[in-house]
Design a protein. Structure first.
Length: 338
């Protein structure tokens, strides 16, 4: 059995997500040509799934989840039943790796990203933890905030042996009936850190909280970075009209659009009211994108001399980059609310 495998949690609902999961798969395959991949399909719309393409995936198993809303807990439950490797890296279908991840020193687990305790939701965490076997011990451990962190996206690198040990102690399947909504899945992001760190029960040194570090600032990468890594030249349809799921402010660090005396004109389509909304921004790097809006057009300039920069703008906001140490893209997405 191989040392390392991958589990991708997939939910395809439109043409954009149809392309993203396959990009994620191809990034893995370029770095790990033969490692096992388990794709957990979480209620995708199969009108957007290419079943012929699925049949040609290398050393990959696809499992269709039958229960709605479980989300991030699924990789842990399915890995318990399907030991595809000694260790796995759990990824979302919109995550992309462009270099190998060193797991040689990870014997038990490592969160991929963590977040700080001002994002905690103690009352909600208490409710979910109480459903577990020995939940009272976890609730007590939760008070030791120097010994655990929440896991962004609940993603991690974990060994099967350690996960089995965790499950023997807490019986993770007990959580399944209580994770049905997005809010409950967000609470799971917090308690999975409590659960995984609990058997370690030691003060976590700075810099050792997670593999990639604290993810409180989101960086947007240009899709060309992924295309270059995969040696792709074609323009992908998926990035022509990105939809924003949450409210965001976009901070242009290198100010690629907003120069002194120039105006950025953004037209967004409200998918609920079916109306177009146009806003003007002048001499400010902050751009607000409404969660219900789809970007239709972006113009930059002054008066009658405005030029369209829609495609360039959309490239900046198309996908999230998980390499927050890379500052070449010059734009950051700050989450306004979760």
């Amino acid at each position: 059995m191989m040392e390392l495998g991958f589990i991708i949690l997939r939910h395809v609902r439109d043409t954009r997500s149809k392309e993203l999961w396959y990009l994620s798969y191809k990034c893995i395959r370029k770095l790990y040509p033969e490692n096992s991949i388990l794709i957990i399909d979480d209620h995708s719309n199969y009108n957007y799934i290419d079943t012929k393409l699925e049949k040609n995936l290398v050393n990959t198993t696809i499992i269709k989840n039958t229960k709605i809303g479980r989300g991030e807990i699924l990789p842990y439950l399915y890995y318990l039943e399907h030991k595809i490797a000694e260790k796995i890296i759990f990824m979302h279908d919109s995550s992309f790796i462009t270099k190998k991840i060193d797991v040689s020193t990870i014997k038990k687990f490592k969160l991929l990203w963590h977040f700080l305790h001002h994002h905690d939701k103690p009352k909600h965490q208490h409710v979910l933890l109480s459903k577990l076997l020995n939940g009272d011990k976890l609730i007590e451990f939760m008070r030791n905030k120097d010994r655990w962190y929440g896991s962004t996206g609940a993603v991690s690198i974990i060994s099967h042996d350690y996960l089995k040990k965790i499950n023997d102690m807490y019986d993770l399947k007990r959580l399944e009936p209580y994770i049905e909504t997005r809010s409950q899945r967000m609470v799971f992001e917090r308690i999975i850190g409590i659960i995984l760190y609990s058997l370690e029960n030691k003060v976590i040194k700075k810099g050792e909280e997670s593999y990639f570090g604290c993810r409180t600032r989101y960086q947007i990468s240009n899709i060309n970075i992924i295309n270059k890594f995969l040696n792709l030249n074609e323009k992908m349809k998926v990035f022509t009209a990105p939809k924003i799921k949450n409210s965001y402010n976009f901070i242009f660090k290198k100010d690629p659009f907003l120069k002194k005396g120039k105006i950025l004109k953004i037209t967004q389509f409200d998918k609920y009211s079916k109306k177009f909304v146009t806003t003007y921004k002048e001499n400010t790097p902050k751009i607000y994108i409404h969660p219900n809006h789809i970007i239709e057009s972006v113009y930059y300039g002054l008066g009658n001399n405005m030029i369209e920069v829609t495609d360039l703008f959309k490239k900046y906001i198309a996908i999230e980059s998980h390499d927050t140490s890379n500052e070449n893209f010059g734009i950051y997405k700050l989450k306004v609310g979760r």
